[in-house]
Design a protein around this ligand. Structure first.
Ligand code: ADP
Length: 651
């Protein structure tokens, strides 16, 4: 209790008002000093109060209860309450607000009573500080803490080892299922209900903040107080340091990332499943391809052999029948190939080899294939050669030619008798080359235009029995798009169509063409009989027979056959052939394994080995090439091409 033996209220007022040094001290202070008489009436208010409250003069309020009735009731009540407590001897610091010019201003005020020697109250002082800006910061912080979905924490560093939780925001308490935070405040952090792994990770992160002063981020799986798992991405940073610059407290901001982590895990799982399914599809395609091509090999191969057999000529009727078998077989093979192509594209298993392609060479090569077809149908095939520039495009040579041939063959197939087809190319906007095929054919009815690139859609073809699968355009579109191009068409029903595709120009000028050597129909004249030995290893008897019969057209080749890889290896060691033809899929030991064994044997390791297989999948071709097969011939065997390859290799 403040006891002032010799100072009366009047003397005090006189001193603050008239003593120039006291007055200037009081009036210059940023603190608003007020003096009240024992009846709580204002007797003095210093200048900072007048300024803060934006009133004309302090004197207007002298002799009145202050704050006046204009002030908010809450403020009047609190001041009134503490004035009474002061009159009973208590000193208190309180906070209250005023509204000045529609803005709220806050004061922190210390109310103190002064008594004379007899214990009579002589006056009360109230010293107020404007704390509006502190209040605003506090309010912002509180709003942030209350509304942020992030779990904010304050963690103190113990004197001994370990950490203590000092604060946790509402969001954190809710996320962790904490109903009474008092049970955790002032207690060790991380709390005991966190799994060991998370506790270790958090402690390590806090240790690192203490030792380096740098923020640390850690993602860990926790559980809430009910044991429900949740993922937190937490950042720990320095909050305060002591005078010795040692870290004394740390803030933690943890974000609940459970949903993200769960989604990512689900995504990774479904990706894995999709990859597995894709793998299975690819495996199925590979098997299908093998199963379908094996019988086709026998059908087409023996048909070709019969047609070639000049020693026992067939009747005209038999030749016609053979022609039918051969063309039906070709059609079936085309269908198998196209369906496999389509499945490969759709399952993402088609690998393209994109490189600069010289357009003139591509055209020449495609037209050499297309010309016989046009001749056969009586269609004039014209090609407008671009003599000026030697254009190159960025594309996969084989696939680009496949697209071009498909469009030309459609233009021929769906043409009118005596009609024509014109192929041309030219530069397009956007660094593309447009290759166009114009025909004078039937055109496409407008109601069918939208479906032209859909698989198995064919229009008006049944009537005229035009061969086709209805997949060519679907594949062409996909291939062109895979090569970064676009495909399109214009058509007038009954007049003709213009199909085109635009493909990116290459800035390179070189473009070596992978030319296919035209099949050599005349057997290579080699004098000495049996001066070359070929070993053929295959478990299918019809395949062995077919190759046997084909090679009977090459008198200088002695063919050895083996129905299993094991026997084949033994025979190779004993006979040292000039060339080995190896089937890939065989029971017990497959062709790839047999190849590796031959590589390990000194006598056989330098014999060239060619894969002869119905596996037409890119992956198999790659695998065979990788382990060192010299070449790859896929079944069904084209008799002419096969002989040509043999001639080349055994030269
Ligand atoms: P296919 O020729 O094997 O039937 P495509 O996918 O190449 O398969 O073509 C689908 C259909 O589009 C053809 O069956 C035909 O009805 C129509 N078509 C394609 N090109 C032309 C064209 N140049 N003129 C008229 N119709 C065409």
């Amino acid at each position: 209790m403040n006891k002032m033996n010799n100072l009366t209220l009047d003397a005090l007022l006189k001193s603050v008002n008239e003593d120039s040094s006291v007055n200037s001290l009081v009036q210059a202070s940023p603190v608003c000093h007020k003096i009240f008489d024992p009846d709580f009436k204002l007797k003095f208010m210093s200048k900072s109060g007048v300024t803060a409250l934006k009133v004309e003069s302090a004197e207007d309020f002298y002799g009145k209860i202050f704050p006046t009735d204009d002030a908010p009731k809450a403020t009047r009540d609190i001041v009134n309450k503490y004035m009474h407590l002061a009159s009973e001897g208590e000193t208190n610091t309180i906070e209250y607000s005023f509204e000045v010019d529609k803005k709220v201003i806050w004061f922190r005020t210390t109310i103190s009573p002064y008594f004379d020697a007899e214990g009579n109250l002589i006056y009360i002082t109230a010293d107020s500080m404007d704390i509006t800006s502190n209040k605003k910061i506090e309010e912002t912080n509180r709003t942030l803490l209350e509304t942020s979905p992030i779990c904010l924490k304050e963690i103190h560093i113990n004197n001994g080892p370990g950490y203590t939780l000092m604060f946790m925001s509402q969001a954190g308490q809710e996320q962790l299922g904490i109903t009474n935070i008092e049970e955790f405040l002032g207690k060790p952090y991380p709390p005991a209900f966190f799994p060991d792994k998370a506790r270790t990770a958090f402690t390590k992160a806090l240790d690192s903040v203490v030792s380096t002063g740098e923020s640390v981020q850690v993602e860990s799986e926790l559980v809430d107080t009910h044991g429900k798992p949740l993922w937190y991405l937490s950042t720990f940073s320095v909050l305060r340091k002591n005078v010795d610059r040692e870290v004394i407290s740390i803030t933690g901001a943890s974000q609940n990332v459970t949903e993200k982590v769960v989604n990512q895990t689900a995504l990774a799982k479904s990706k894995e499943e999709a990859e597995r399914a894709n793998g299975a599809k690819s495996e199925f395609l590979s098997r299908m391809s093998h199963e379908l091509r094996t019988p086709m090999n026998a059908i087409l191969g023996f048909t070709q052999l019969l047609q070639m057999d000049s020693k026992s000529p067939l009747t005209a009727r038999q030749n016609e029948n053979l022609e039918l078998i051969s063309s039906a077989g070709d059609h079936l093979l085309a269908l198998i190939n196209e369906v496999l192509d389509l499945s490969k594209i759709e399952s993402g298993n088609l690998d393209l080899v994109v490189k600069p392609i010289n357009l003139n060479e591509l055209m020449d090569s495609a037209l050499s294939f297309a010309n016989p077809l046009a001749d056969e149908k009586g269609i004039i095939l014209k090609y407008k050669k671009n003599e000026g520039k030697n254009y190159c495009v960025e594309a996969d040579m084989l696939r680009l030619r496949q697209v071009l041939l498909n469009l030309i063959s459609n233009a021929v197939k769906y043409n009118k008798p005596g009609g024509s087809v014109e192929v041309s190319f030219g530069e397009q906007e956007g660094d593309k080359i447009r290759i166009g095929i114009r025909d004078t054919g039937r055109g496409i009815p407008s109601d069918k235009k939208d479906r032209i690139f859909e698989p198995f859609e064919r229009f008006d073809t049944d009537i005229e029995n035009i061969e086709g699968t209805g997949v060519g355009l679907t594949i062409s579109k996909q291939l062109v798009e895979m090569m970064g191009g676009t495909i399109g068409f214009e058509t007038a029903y009954g007049e003709g169509s213009f199909f085109y595709f635009d493909i990116p120009i290459s800035d390179k000028t070189i473009a070596p063409l992978e030319t296919e050597i035209p099949p050599d129909l005349i057997p290579a004249p080699l004098p000495k009989p049996h001066d070359r030995t070929v070993l053929y290893i295959d478990d299918t008897p019809t395949n062995l027979q077919l190759v046997q019969q084909i090679l009977s057209h090459r008198k200088h080749i002695k063919l050895l056959t083996a129905p299993s890889a094991r026997l084949g290896i033994e025979l190779a060691q004993a006979e040292i052939p000039d060339l080995i033809l190896m089937d890939i899929q065989m029971p017990e030991m497959d062709g790839l394994e047999a190849f590796k064994r031959l590589e390990d044997i000194k006598e056989t390791q330098s014999i060239p080995v060619i894969a002869l297989t119905a596996y037409a999948m890119d992956a198999d071709i790659k695998k065979a090439a990788e382990i060192g097969f010299k070449d790859y011939i896929s079944k069904p065997i084209d008799v002419y091409k096969f002989l040509n390859t043999m001639d080349k290799l055994l030269k």
